[in-house]
Design a binder for this molecule. Structure first.
Ligand code: DAH
Length: 338
């Protein structure tokens, strides 16, 4: 009997030693300790033994069972420890590897400049007005005193959507929309997108302007000149003066073009200003009485000035951007710099 038990113990030890998974271990366990195991079979034979031998026999079988059970428990622990170690190994994190960074976006240079312009004018008591990019001829041309045969109305210059509907070519349209709805005093700026059929290093089919309109009793050309001087200095620094030159716009009389001292050479003359010492910034003038009359504003009582500046041009000068198209190609390497 003892021998038989020893054999079983050796066999069990050997099998348990070979086991590699908890599943296999479970099978070995039921083979040696389960109801149909050899050990249980032996135990059932206890009845056939003489009474005196029974306790001893029972004890021996139980000890064998306990030994096997211990072996199985140890094995189970070994397997679990190994599985855990494997898991740690396979899921290990290389902390020397660079992490995945979340890219932080930045404002587009046009947006930045637009906000800066808005802040300057708001600090001087202006309000922000808005108008639609898709306009009608009435607001883009007629109300701005632009004759039927004006070249700007040509299909080759303006993007028409329909006979009468177009993409606004200037933010001056907002002057009209504001005056349609508000009586003077008026003091607004209106930044926004404009569209013209042109495309080269200094022109983009979509570009940006900021329009200003001030209407009240006693507004003069000097107020216009001074406001431009103040704005330009706030935007580009004390050294940058501005001037106005006679020009023509259908909706202002007199009209002027605005120049600022070259931001690169401070007026000495360089490649940026083509030797003149000045850079063009936009148009301006005193609101033409014809414009007031159409809108039912008393042109005997009120006067007003208006101007329109190129925002893209301001951004290009501020950030030293050589080609206007770079602003709208949306190359991330370019945009990241701002
Ligand atoms: N809208 C004109 C343009 O796009 C610029 C301009 C000129 C705006 C005179 C004005 C102005 O308000 O008074 O060329």
């Amino acid at each position: 009997m003892k021998e038989k038990l020893n054999e079983i113990l050796i066999a069990a030890k050997e099998e348990i030693g070979k086991v590699e998974s908890l599943h296999e271990l479970q099978q070995v366990k039921s083979k040696y300790l389960g109801k149909k195991s050899v050990l249980n079979g032996l135990m059932r034979k206890i009845g056939t033994l003489p009474k005196a031998e029974r306790p001893k026999f029972g004890q021996t079988v139980n000890t064998a069972k306990a030994d096997i059970s211990k072996l199985i428990q140890n094995k189970q622990q070994d397997i679990k420890t190994k599985e855990y170690a494997d898991k740690l190994e396979s899921e290990s994190i290389d902390i020397s590897m660079p992490g995945r960074r979340k890219e932080v976006g930045s404002l587009h240079p046009i947006t930045k400049v637009m906000r800066e312009i808005e802040d300057i004018f708001i600090s001087m008591g202006f309000e922000i007005a808005e108008g639609p990019d898709v306009e009608d001829e009435a607001h883009n041309f007629d109300a701005l005193n632009t004759p039927e045969d004006h070249p700007a109305r040509d299909l080759s210059d303006t993007f028409y959507i329909d006979d009468d509907v177009l993409l606004r070519t200037q933010t001056s349209t907002v002057q009209i929309r504001v005056m349609e709805n508000h009586k003077p005093p008026i003091k607004i700026i209106s930044p926004g997108s404009c569209y013209r059929n042109e495309n080269d290093a200094s022109h983009s089919p979509m570009f940006h302007q900021v329009e200003a309109l001030v209407v009240d009793e006693g507004v003069t050309f000097v107020d216009l000149r001074d406001m431009l001087k103040i704005f330009v200095k706030k935007m580009f620094g004390e050294k940058i003066d501005s001037r106005i030159r006679p020009h023509f716009f259908p909706f202002t009389e007199p009209s002027a073009e605005i120049d600022i001292v070259c931001v690169k050479c401070y007026g000495k003359g360089c490649n940026l200003c083509k030797g003149s010492g000045w850079l063009e910034m936009g148009g301006a003038g005193m609101v033409d009485p014809n414009v007031f009359d159409r809108l039912g504003i008393d042109s005997e009582k009120f006067t007003g000035y208006a101007f329109g500046l190129g925002i893209d041009r301001i951004a290009m000068l501020k950030y030293k951007i050589p080609d206007m198209r770079m602003l709208f190609e949306n190359d991330i390497r370019f945009l990241k710099q701002f």
